[in-house]
Design a protein around this ligand. Structure first.
Ligand code: SF4
Ligand SMILES: [Zn+2]
Length: 393
């Protein structure tokens, strides 16, 4: 149960987040493509194997939860209402070109299963088009509250039995209070537990997106939270635990906090350390761990203004190790980083990660963010930057 003070603080932060979000320029429908396609290698199946993933993003009015200011780190796109028929045609046309037997990921600007964002007829059209390609895996992201027997029945009916359905959910933190206050995400623990149990009944795979570096957390607290969250999601039964080190993005509360000296991204060394700590022998079923990673090497493109990093000497090695870990998530893949001694960054990371009494004061730091907003009376001078579609949670 939240205290009144916590409730007030969360309401305040959510309203700041909404105000920041309102400043994001919407998709320019005259220029924006309705559908974007990216190809990337991924691991799917059990045992996990490398396959080619075709990731489709299609324009929607935007994430319903984002509209409500409910995720402090998200800068997903916003746009006007869509013409569902036109969008269905555009997606069908693009998906028709995917080779049979690939993996397909369908991504709107938030939750695929949210009928407020993706009308059901459009969803059916997209799923039918994807099913025709007989993909080895069909993945999408959704909030856990939107998973239910009715929609899962429909998925089962539309998608071939040979396709692994993969349901990805933004857990962010397995500690409900941190999820609620630092990430501003109100999804209750029971919603995740129910969604995972239901997915298992339908023999669907699940991915828990877990962040590193929530607003208000010190580096040491963020690190401990990521470890605890991966372990909690493991116990809850998520198939894959995907760790996302956070960046400062324009149009998000986290980005604003960074601009005002109130938040720093975690370092790539923290990520490497966490992956090593979490790659314990019990996580190795078929020789490959249940971990994955994302967002570890975003471009500094004006939207992402600060990212998880190392120094000029160690960064290329770290990125190379992490790229390889994405497809071969074993402790042996991390070895070049774990044995690295050519700069002071690993020692700095160790110092950053030593526990201190400040780690417990994360609510005070959240209150400081709210106070600073009031003092600066918003961010009216802030340059609003264009948005690009990027993975949400
Ligand atoms: S993280 Fe996901 S649920 Fe949250 S606002 Fe972004 S797209 Fe929506
Ligand atoms: Zn370094």
């Amino acid at each position: 149960m939240q205290s009144t003070t916590d409730r007030r603080l969360r309401t305040k932060l959510t309203s700041i987040n909404k105000t920041i979000r309102e400043g994001r320029p919407p998709f320019d429908t005259a220029e924006s493509e309705n559908v974007a396609l990216h190809r990337m290698p991924i691991l799917t199946g059990s045992p996990r194997r490398v396959s080619e993933m075709y990731k489709f993003w299609f324009r929607t009015r935007g994430c319903t939860f984002d509209r409500a200011g409910q995720c402090s780190m998200c800068n997903y796109g916003v746009g006007p209402e869509i013409d569902a028929k036109q969008m269905a045609r555009a997606v069908r046309w693009q998906i028709a070109g995917v080779p049979e037997g690939s993996s397909i990921y369908v991504s709107p600007s938030g939750s695929l299963l949210d009928p407020r964002e993706v009308p059901r007829d459009l969803l059916r059209s997209v799923l039918t088009a994807a099913a025709r390609r007989k993909p080895v895996a069909l993945a999408f992201e959704t909030r856990p509250e939107l998973c239910g027997p009715e929609i899962f029945d429909e998925l089962r009916e539309l998608v071939p039995r040979t396709t692994r359905v993969v349901v990805e959910m933004g857990v962010e933190s397995w500690t409900p209070e941190i999820r609620m206050m630092c990430h501003l995400k109100p999804s209750p623990q029971s919603a995740y537990e129910r969604a995972v149990a239901l997915a298992r009944e339908y023999d669907f795979d699940t991915i828990a997106n877990i962040t590193m570096g929530g607003l208000g957390l010190t580096h040491a607290a963020a690190y401990a939270d990521t470890l605890a969250s991966v372990r909690g999601a493991r116990v809850a039964g998520f198939t894959t635990k995907m760790v996302f080190p956070l960046s400062a993005k324009a149009g998000s509360l986290l980005g604003w906090a960074h601009d005002n000296g109130l938040w720093e991204p975690p370092s790539l060394w923290m990520l490497v350390r966490a992956l090593a700590d979490l790659s314990s022998p019990e996580s190795f079923g078929d020789g490959i761990s249940d971990l994955d990673i994302s967002w570890y090497d975003p471009d500094l493109d004006g939207v992402t203004q600060a990212r998880p990093d190392g120094c000029a000497e160690c960064r290329p090695m770290l990125v190379d190790v992490l790229v390889r870990f994405h497809l071969d998530p074993r402790i042996a893949t991390l070895r070049p980083a774990l044995d690295w001694s050519r700069c002071d960054c690993p020692a700095q990371a160790d110092r950053m990660l030593s526990a201190s009494p400040a780690d417990a004061l994360w609510k005070d730091r959240l209150a400081e963010v709210a106070d600073r907003w009031d003092e600066s009376n918003g961010d009216g001078d802030r340059r609003l930057l264009p948005l690009v579609p990027s993975a949400g949670h």
